[in-house]
Design a protein around this ligand. Structure first.
Ligand SMILES: [Zn+2]
Ligand SMILES: [Zn+2]
Ligand SMILES: [Zn+2]
Length: 433
C-alpha cells in the first residue's frame, strides 16, 4: 500500500497520495484550489481597471444613453457609478431634453428594441409627467399597448382608435383595457358605465368586468356613473434622514413611521405597529383634506401579509382594531424568535421629504427606486387592489405606502395604506413578488 503524505498547508489534516503531491506541490486538492482562487483574486485586484463611462460627459441625454445601454460584465473592469441616480437625471431634464429622449425611444422602437424604448418612455412619464400623446400613434402602429401608463394623456383621436380596437382585438384586449383605464377621460367614464349596464359580448372572456379595469388607472365608477379618484396628486417621498436634517429638528416632523403600538393583534398576539403617524394639520399634509390633528394608520405587520386589516380611526389619533376584520383560515403563528422589531428603529430614521414630487414618480414599480411615499399613485407589485371600505363598501383612497426594501436589509414587499374619510376607517394590505 502506498504511504499517504500530509497536505503541506498549515492546519490541514488531509493526506494525499505521492502522485497527487507531485502534481500539486504537496497540497491536497481543496487547498490547491483555494490557493489558485486567491491568486486569481489577487491578480484581478492588481490588474483591474476602473472605468468611468461618464468621463467628460455633460449632456444628460448622453448620460442616460449610457445608463440604458447594457454593461459588458468583465471581472477585470470596475465601473465607476454616475454621481446621480437614473431617476434624478430624468427628473432634472429640461422640456427640450425630455423631447430628445422621446425621439431616442422611438428610434429604438424602429430598430426593434422595444424593452429599452418602453423603459425610457415610462421614465419620462414617471419622473417628468411628460405627455406621450404625440408618440401614441407610433406605439399603436408597432402594436405596443403596454404598460397602460404610456397612454395616460392620449388624444381623443387615439382614444377612439383604442376603443374601436378593443371591440375586435381579443389578443390585446387586456392591455387595451388597461390603456383605456389610464386615459379615463369623460368619454371613457361614459363607456365604462355603458359596459357596466350592458356587458359587451367579449366581457365573458375577461377575469373581471371591463369597468373593473378602472382601478389600474387609479379611479372607479361610482354608483351614479361618475368618476371617483382613488389617489392624491400630491406626493411626498418618505426618505432616510441625513445628518444635515438635524439642523431643523427643532421643527416637529409632520409624519413619523413604524412606531410600536401598545395594543396587540387579536389574531397573532404580537403588538400592532403604527405604519404612519400623520400630523394632518401640517401644511404638507393638508392635501388629504382632513380636519383634525392626527391620523394614525396602524396594522399588524405579520397578519396584513395575509389579509386586509381595517382599523377604526378618528382624526385626533384614535386607531382601533375594527370588528369588521375577518380572520383568514390560513395564518401562520409568528415565531417569537423571528418577531424581530428592528424595523421600529429603522422607522425613526425616516422622514417626509421637504418637497413634493410627481404624482406618478413611483407608479411603475420595476423602474427600481425605493418607493415609500405619502400620497401619489401607488406602486402596485401585483394587480391594483383598492380595498372596499368595511363600512360603506366603496373603494378606499390610497394615502401612502412603505417599501420594506428601505426598512430592512433583506426586506421586500410594500405595505399600502388606504382611508375612507367619510366612515373614518383605514385599511392596509401587503404585496410582494
Ligand atoms: Zn490541504
Ligand atoms: Zn397579527
Ligand atoms: Zn366608507
Amino acid at each position: 500500500m502506498t504511504e499517504r503524505l500530509p497536505c503541506r498547508s498549515e492546519g490541514c489534516i488531509a493526506t494525499i497520495l505521492p502522485a497527487t503531491a507531485a502534481k500539486t506541490g504537496g497540497y491536497c486538492m481543496p487547498c490547491k484550489q483555494e490557493i489558485e482562487r486567491k491568486e486569481r483574486q489577487r491578480y484581478i485586484e492588481q490588474n483591474r481597471r476602473d472605468i468611468n463611462l461618464y468621463e467628460g460627459i455633460t449632456d444628460p441625454i448622453e448620460v442616460l444613453k449610457i445608463m440604458h445601454a447594457p454593461l459588458k460584465r468583465d471581472p477585470m473592469i470596475g465601473y465607476i457609478p454616475y454621481p446621480l441616480k437614473r431617476e434624478e437625471v430624468y427628473s432634472a431634464l429640461s422640456p427640450g431634453e425630455a423631447e430628445r429622449m422621446l425621439t431616442i425611444a422611438l428610434d429604438l422602437l424602429e430598430t426593434g428594441d422595444e424593452d429599452t424604448c418602453q423603459e425610457i418612455l415610462v421614465s419620462l412619464v414617471c419622473y417628468q409627467n411628460k405627455s406621450l400623446e404625440s408618440c401614441i400613434p407610433t406605439l399603436m402602429e408597432h402594436g405596443v399597448y403596454y404598460p397602460g401608463i404610456l397612454f395616460k394623456d392620449a388624444s381623443a383621436r387615439s382614444r377612439d382608435e383604442l376603443l374601436q380596437q378593443v371591440e375586435q382585438d381579443s389578443d390585446n384586449r387586456n392591455h387595451l383595457l388597461l390603456a383605456l383605464a389610464w386615459i379615463g377621460d369623460d368619454q371613457l367614464v361614459h363607456q365604462f358605465q355603458e359596459w357596466r349596464s350592458v356587458p359587451p359580448s367579449w366581457a365573458k372572456e375577461l377575469y373581471v368586468p371591463p369597468e373593473a379595469y378602472a382601478h389600474e388607472g387609479g379611479w372607479e365608477l361610482a354608483e351614479n356613473g361618475s368618476k371617483r379618484r382613488l389617489f392624491f396628486n400630491d406626493s411626498y417621498a418618505i426618505e432616510k434622514k441625513v445628518r444635515s436634517d438635524a439642523a431643523h429638528t427643532a421643527e416637529p416632523e409632520p409624519a413619523q413611521f413604524l412606531k410600536e403600538n401598545s395594543a396587540s393583534c387579536p389574531w397573532c398576539g404580537s403588538s400592532l405597529t403604527t405604519l404612519a403617524d400623520l400630523d394632518i394639520s401640517h401644511p404638507k399634509l393638508r392635501f388629504l383634506g382632513l380636519s383634525g390633528e392626527r391620523l394614525r394608520v396602524c396594522t399588524c405587520v405579520n397578519c396584513s401579509c395575509y389579509e386586509t386589516i381595517y382599523m377604526d380611526v378618528d382624526f385626533h389619533g384614535k386607531s382601533e382594531w375594527s370588528p369588521a376584520n375577518i380572520e383568514p383560515e390560513y395564518l401562520p403563528k409568528p415565531d417569537s424568535e423571528e418577531d424581530d422589531r428592528s424595523y421600529a428603529a429603522a422607522g425613526q430614521s425616516l422622514r417626509l421629504a421637504d418637497h413634493p414630487r410627481n404624482s406618478y414618480y413611483a407608479a411603475y414599480w420595476t423602474l427600481g427606486p425605493a418607493v415609500s411615499q405619502i400620497g401619489g399613485y401607488p406602486s402596485w407589485i401585483q394587480d391594483a387592489v383598492y380595498p372596499s371600505c368595511s363600512c360603506c363598501s366603496q373603494s378606499m383612497t390610497f394615502i401612502g405606502q412603505l417599501d420594506w426594501e428601505q426598512i430592512e436589509e433583506y426586506g421586500e414587499g410594500i405595505y399600502y395604506m388606504f382611508l375612507c374619510a367619510d366612515c373614518q376607517v383605514t385599511a392596509t394590505l401587503f404585496q410582494q413578488t
